[in-house]
Design a protein around this ligand. Structure first.
Ligand code: NAP
Ligand code: GDD
Length: 330
């Protein structure tokens, strides 16, 4: 009999890739969708027709109890969150309600339905919990033991989710793992994130649909990988004998400027500067200056390794946006 997996955040980037990965592994896949008329529902139904959708919200515990009772999953992947750091400064309370307390609601739904010894639980933790080298120096890259120093309401909420997940593992023996994932991008990345914002703009500039892009801090550095590689690691964590936390990262860091340079190069432009304007609206009240991860534990224990490198990532995102944007050329 095939295993059953419940994915929260099915309409998001990682939900898409994880659902595909689990389906290929012969799972029966359930996806949690929120809202009375979620605009992304049709797209999920088209792109992931094998997913059985369940209406529920991370902030509504009884809906989560209902969802768990309905699908009786072997594995629960909690990917749902307010995941945009910039937005978390504008809406810190709802960020805590969903990204932080939402994790507790889901864990409690597992406990209240007497599933603590039946379900394996994955929590989407993040490198944003570390806070960057300016506040949290780590010479060999952040690993599972690195100190936490979140610098945004999002990061703080994720730290709560991280610790409450560990607490359910230690208190109740729940098979619960946190994957501490560094930035990962793809053709499915939301347009609000800097990589997709750049690749979309680059495609539109090439096609004559736009003449510049407005950005904030170009000096920030991130450890950028490819989302499809990272969802495989999520699954691998839940197939271990014992629940543990793992960092997934590339071990390389690049600045926003590096990303701009690589993306413009894909359309034959060597100097991106004439096309980029600074807009202070995209600066954050507190910034994470540099993230670089150390995923040696995942590599040796899970056999996980990223496949797509920085250059390939930029190329595939630009090519994808060129294909999408072409339809708007008159
Ligand atoms: P994403 O594309 O922003 O997706 C977020 C998902 O959460 C969406 O499906 C959204 O649904 C859902 N959601 C938001 N509020 C909800 C609520 N109240 N109830 C139920 N669902 C709700 O994020 P992602 O990039 O796929 O990331 C997946 C997870 O990994 C997130 O938790 C993120 O914080 C974490 N993470 C991401 C990265 C990265 O670089 N991508 C790195 C580390 C950790 P709607 O469509 O209805 O809004
Ligand atoms: N979004 C955005 N828009 N970011 C900009 C811009 C802009 O116009 N200009 C500069 N940046 C900088 C941000 O200040 C940040 O330093 C960097 O680009 C990356 O921003 P995002 O792409 O929004 O991602 P993030 O690193 O803040 O957060 C992502 O990665 C985290 C893991 O470290 C998200 O996916 C989080 O959910 C995830 O946890």
């Amino acid at each position: 009999m095939s295993k059953k997996a419940l994915i929260t955040g099915i309409t998001g980037q990682d939900g898409y890739y994880l659902a595909k990965t689990l389906f290929q592994k012969n799972y029966e896949v359930f996806g949690l969708i929120r809202g009375q008329n979620n605009p992304k529902k049709n797209l999920v139904e088209q792109e992931l027709p094998f997913v059985k959708l369940i209406e529920a919200d991370l902030t509504d515990q009884s809906s989560l109890v209902r969802a768990i009772n309905y699908c009786q999953p072997d594995e629960v992947y909690n990917l749902a969150a307010i995941s945009f750091v910039a937005y978390s400064f504008y809406a810190p309370q709802i960020t805590f309600d969903i990204t932080g307390k939402g994790v507790l609601n889901l864990l409690e739904a597992i406990r209240l339905t007497n599933n603590l010894d039946k379900i394996k639980f994955y929590q989407a933790s993040t490198s944003e919990m570390f806070g960057g080298l300016e506040y949290n120096r780590q010479e060999k890259g952040y690993d599972e033991k690195a100190l936490l120093h979140p610098r945004s309401p999002y990061g703080v909420a994720k730290v709560y989710g991280h610790y409450i997940t560990r607490n359910y593992r230690e208190s109740y023996g729940l098979f619960a793992c946190s994957g501490i994932l560094f930035n990962h991008e793809s053709e499915k990345r939301g347009y609000e994130f800097v990589t997709r914002k750049i690749t979309q703009a680059v495609a539109r500039i090439k096609l004559g649909l736009q003449d510049h892009i407005e950005l904030g801090n170009l000096d920030a550095k991130r450890d950028w990988g490819y989302a499809a590689d990272y969802v495989e690691g999520m699954w691998q964590m839940l197939q271990q004998n014992n629940p543990e936390d793992f960092v997934l990262a590339t071990g390389e860091t690049h600045s926003v400027k590096d990303f701009l340079k690589a993306a413009f190069k894909e359309i034959g432009i060597n100097d991106y500067q004439p096309y980029v304007k600074h807009n202070p609206a995209f600066m954050r009240p507190a910034e994470v200056d540099l993230l670089i991860g150390n995923s040696q534990k995942a590599e040796s224990q899970l056999g996980w390794k990223r496949q797509v490198d920085f250059k390939q990532l930029v190329k595939l995102m630009v090519e994808n946006d060129l294909a999408i944007e072409k339809q708007f050329v008159k």
